[in-house]
Ligand binder design. Sequence first.
Ligand SMILES: *Cc1c(COP(=O)(O)O)cnc(C)c1O
Length: 341
Amino acid sequence: MIDFRSDTVTKPTDAMRAAMANAKVGDDVYGDDPTVNRLQDMAAERFGFDSALFVSSGTQANLLALISHCDRGDEYLCGQQAHNYKFEGGGAAVLGSIQPQPLNNQADGSILLTDIEAAIKPDDVHFARTRLLSIENTIGGKVLPQQYLADAQALAFNHNLKIHLDGARVANAAVAQNIAISDITQYFDSVSICLSKGLSAPIGSILLGDERLINKAIRWRKMLGGGMRQAGIIAAAAELAITDQVDRLAEDHDNAALLAQHLLEMPELNVDISQVQTNMVFATLDKRFDVKHLTLLLAQQGILISSSYSLRFVTHKDISRQDILTFVKALKACLPQALTK
Ligand SMILES: *Cc1c(COP(=O)(O)O)cnc(C)c1O
């Protein structure tokens, strides 16, 4: 199987499985799990925060951040394409009574600072209270410039907003720029990081913030049913995601670039190479081809791809350079069969 659908499909490494088998555990709701505590302390220190919280998923980490920063009747500013607006079931509205104010994402993934400023509501009974700016990096595989993050932080500070980073793939952003993750997280009041994507842990995300925010998040997490007991079993793997898997992401980026180069040479496909910056390649297929049929033909050869809007290929630990070449060959063979006429 060559699975390009997402980096969430990565299997835990042998080292992770061994660490899980041997993990010292306790009841984490009592704060007694030594492996969870070690992971949280390590993450907080490494990424430059007072506190960290190990949670079940990136969606939960974002939700906890949003409902811990904002009260009922508040709003958060985010991108139209933001995961925590578009792909999290409206959780902040449903569970937090918080209104999202989505703003256009530019082609590079950023939100114009002038758009952000214009969306901040005055103190007036007609309006929701604008409390938080939420930024995503990487977004659609694209890396936001460091200067942009600094400018967004300054803007948030000047308007008394908190600033959150949906850093599900912040490790990819750091590796792509050859900087430390903390060089990116330094601009934010809170950060969520997925350990279960390219970093290959089986389960889990980290939420970073100051002590007050994390204490609020612990309360909300319990209320949401996310208080976990002997969670050291999964924290042991999550720890290795942070210590052992970050540098390896460079291979995924190289493989994505290799794939993009091959797709560029195929006249049936359109790829915007400027958007290929980390581990994602997006392509559109000439209208003469049936995308659904192509997806099916590839699946019959053990190759899985995403084809909901455009074609999306995500590279990760369990896709090798050889797999890229195997896929390109299979794609060339399948395309003629996917012609509609
Ligand atoms: C995957 C993802 C999430 C959510 O993570 P889950 O662990 O799948 O809930 C949040 N934000 C971004 C940008 C993501 O890519």
